[in-house]
Design a protein around this ligand. Structure first.
Ligand SMILES: [Zn+2]
Length: 71
């Protein structure tokens, strides 16, 4: 079996382990109805729209921005 010839220092091990600790932000998109940032393929957390349909009625804070496009 392959065997390391020399012991790695703790610094080297810690540097390798700490290289991938940053989590990346999930891909974001804008709601087609209200323009709020929302996750793709998910119902908008602000207005409850998905695919141009009101799936989950939400309490709308701002009346002008939250109105459905058709009505
Ligand atoms: Zn929305």
């Amino acid at each position: 079996m392959a065997n390391p010839k020399k012991k790695h220092t703790r610094m080297r091990t810690d540097l390798r382990r700490s290289a991938n600790w940053r989590i990346t932000a999930p891909p974001s998109s804008k709601c087609s109805n209200c323009g709020a940032p929302s996750r793709p393929h998910h119902v908008c957390p602000e207005c409850g729209f998905y695919g141009g349909e009101l799936l989950i009625p939400r309490k709308i804070k701002k009346k002008e921005e939250g109105q459905p496009p058709q009505a």
